[in-house]
Design a protein. Sequence first.
Length: 198
Amino acid sequence: MLISTLLLRALSCSACQWKSLQGSKVGYCKGLFFPGLDKPGNTSNPLGSKVTPVFVMQLSGLNTLGVSIARIDFAPGGQNPPNTHPRAAEILTVLEGTLYVGFVTSNPDNRLISRTLKKGDVLAIPQGFIHFQQNVGYGNAVAPATFGSQIPGVITIANAMFGANPPISDAVHAKAFQIDKKLVDKLQSSFWMIINNF
Ligand SMILES: *[C@@H]1O[C@H](CO)[C@@H](O)[C@H](O)[C@H]1NC(C)=O
């Protein structure tokens, strides 16, 4: 009941914003404008990267529109670790720098599709596939990622597996990854940072 009420309210809100844009007497719509994506994210962290999202949480007018964007910054050597978006395909565009990027297809092939992208190159990432980017150039890199959802969601693989709270049992991990429990404990006690906090 509460959820459907909220959803209805959100839907009508977005529809009236859209109407007022088309009628355009207002000429300006709150919730459809987001400034500042020219500013680099702070990459001073162990992964050397930072995602700045502009999803429906940051830009309410995206609600029901089915699109969103994020800016990804990379220090030299910086990485956006293997992750997947359950609700969206992605297009990554390199604006500066050189990125080694890849994604892995599903079972049974698990085929790695990878490329080194330079400025101006675009990569499409199918919905749900596990993908990663690493800066292999000498300078910083910046790559906007656009999504076919206003809230694509993100699952960072290492965090989900070894940073799960409460932890997944040693026995499950030991069998799944064919490693001993000592290594499981080591991985589980590591710090799995989140650079894409959305
Ligand atoms: C970037 O992040 C680091 C680590 O959290 C912090 O020490 C530093 O002050 C930040 N730099 C800027 C410009 O915000």
